[in-house]
Design a binder for this molecule. Structure first.
Ligand code: NAP
Length: 340
C-alpha cells in the first residue's frame, strides 16, 4: 500500500488544530503535530482517539520562540498547516508578548517549510488581521488589512504583523526555495471541543452558560464553526486555485444577546438558565476599567462588522453549518466535557 501523504500541523494541542488533525486523519493523511510541551502528547492522542483512529499521528517538539526542532518536525511533509499562535483570554499589557511569538514563530515555520521543500503552507490568520483600526468602516473583504494602532490591542496587532511578515517572506523567496501559500482568516470560532482545554474563543459561550455574567454587552461578532474552519484548512491545502489567497471564514454576524437567548432556550430547561438582558454601555465601560477581558470588547460596543466569505465559498466550495446548530453543539460539548 502507498505511504500516506504526511502533513505537519503546528500547535497540535490547540482547539482548531485538533479538529484539523481529526479531519486529516479521517481523510487518510499521516499527521505530525508540533507541541511545545511533548508531555501533552498522550492526553491529546487520547482525546482525538474518541473521534478518529490515531495510528497515523505522531508528535514533534517545536516552540514558536525557539529555532530548535522545526526542520525535524517538517522533514518528509508535503504540506504544513501553521496554526499555532498565542491567543490568551486576557490581553497582555506589553503587545510584544504576542507579536514576537506570532511573527517570529510564523517566520520560523515558513523558513523550515522552505528548507524541507514542502509543496504548500496554509497559515491560520484571522479577521483580526483584516477589520481592526478602521474608523467607521463596517464591510470587510480579503483586500482589507487591520491598521496596527495601540488601541486595536495585542492580539489583533500580532495577527496582522505575523500575516504581513509571512506574505512578505513568501513573496521574496527565490523560485528554487518557493512553496505555495494560503491564509485562512476566521472570525470568532466556536463549536464543539475535542479536548476540554478549549480556546479563548469559547470563553464567551462558557461564561454565558456558567452564568458568570449578569447580562450581555451590546457587542456582536462574526461567528464560525470550528468544524467548518477545519474543512476550510483542508480545502485550502488541496485546492489548485487556493495558492496566493487569503480567505475569510465567517458564517454570520450575531449579537451576543442573540447567542444568549438561544443558549437559554436550549439549556435553560435543563438547569442552565442564561442571562439575556442587555447591559447598558456605561456599565460595560465601567466594568472594563477593572476587568481586562471586558475592557477588550469596550471599543467594539455597538459595532456591526461584516466579514465577507464569498471568496472561499466560490473558490473552495466552502459550506457552513447553520449557526443555531453550532451554538447548540458548543453548549452540549461544554456540558459533556464538564467545562461548565
Ligand atoms: P488555542 O486553542 O489557544 O491554540 C493555540 C495553539 O498555539 C496551541 O496549540 C498553543 O500551544 C500554541 N502556541 C501558543 N504559543 C506557542 C508557542 N510559543 N510555541 C508553540 N506553540 C504555541 O487557539 P485556537 O483557537 O485553536 O487558535 C489557533 C489559531 O487560530 C491561532 O493562530 C489563532 O490566532 C487563530 N484564530 C483563532 C480564532 C478563534 O476564534 N479561536 C479566530 C481566528 C483565528 P499550547 O497548548 O502549548 O499553549
Amino acid at each position: 500500500m502507498a505511504e500516506p501523504i504526511r502533513v505537519a500541523v503546528t500547535g497540535a494541542s490547540g482547539y482548531i488544530a485538533l479538529h484539523v488533525i481529526a479531519e486529516l486523519l479521517d481523510g487518510g493523511y499521516a499527521v505530525r503535530g508540533t507541541l511545545r510541551d511533548m508531555a501533552r502528547g498522550e492526553t491529546i492522542r487520547a482525546a482525538l482517539s474518541r473521534h478518529t483512529e490515531t495510528s497515523n499521528l505522531e508528535f514533534a517538539p517545536a516552540d514558536l520562540t525557539s529555532d530548535d526542532g522545526w526542520d525535524e518536525a517538517f522533514s518528509g511533509c508535503e504540506y504544513v498547516l501553521h496554526i499555532a499562535s498565542p491567543l490568551p483570554i486576557v490581553e497582555p499589557k506589553n503587545h510584544d508578548e504576542l507579536i514576537i511569538p506570532a511573527r517570529d514563530g510564523a517566520l520560523r515555520a515558513l523558513g523550515a517549510a522552505s528548507r524541507a521543500g514542502v509543496k504548500r503552507v496554509v497559515m491560520t490568520s484571522s479577521v483580526a488581521a483584516i477589520g481592526y483600526g478602521h474608523e467607521g468602516k463596517t464591510d470587510f473583504t480579503e483586500s482589507d488589512w487591520s491598521v496596527v494602532l495601540p488601541e486595536i490591542g495585542a492580539y489583533a496587532s500580532s495577527k496582522t504583523i505575523a500575516e504581513r511578515a509571512a506574505w512578505d517572506y513568501v513573496n521574496a523567496l527565490p523560485g528554487d526555495r518557493a512553496f505555495e501559500f494560503v491564509t485562512i482568516n476566521p472570525s470568532l470560532v466556536i463549536g464543539p471541543l475535542i479536548d476540554p482545554d478549549g480556546s479563548a474563543s469559547i470563553e464567551v459561550v462558557r461564561k454565558l452558560l456558567a452564568r458568570e455574567v449578569p447580562g450581555c454587552p451590546k457587542f456582536g461578532i462574526g461567528l464560525v464553526d470550528v468544524r467548518d474552519v477545519a474543512t476550510a484548512h483542508i480545502a485550502a491545502m488541496t485546492s489548485p486555485v487556493a495558492p496566493g489567497n487569503r480567505y475569510i471564514c465567517n458564517t454570520e454576524f450575531r449579537w451576543l444577546v442573540e447567542v444568549a437567548r438561544q443558549l437559554n432556550r436550549d439549556f435553560g430547561p435543563r438547569g442552565y438558565p442564561v442571562a439575556t438582558r442587555v447591559l447598558p454601555n456605561f456599565v460595560v465601560r465601567l466594568v472594563g476599567l477593572f476587568d481586562k477581558a471586558v475592557g477588550r470588547i469596550v471599543p467594539e460596543l455597538d459595532q456591526h462588522k461584516n466579514y465577507d466569505s464569498a471568496a472561499i465559498r466560490r473558490d473552495l466550495n466552502w459550506r457552513t453549518r447553520p449557526m443555531d446548530e453550532t451554538v447548540k453543539d458548543t453548549g452540549e460539548s461544554l456540558l459533556a466535557l464538564n467545562v461548565v
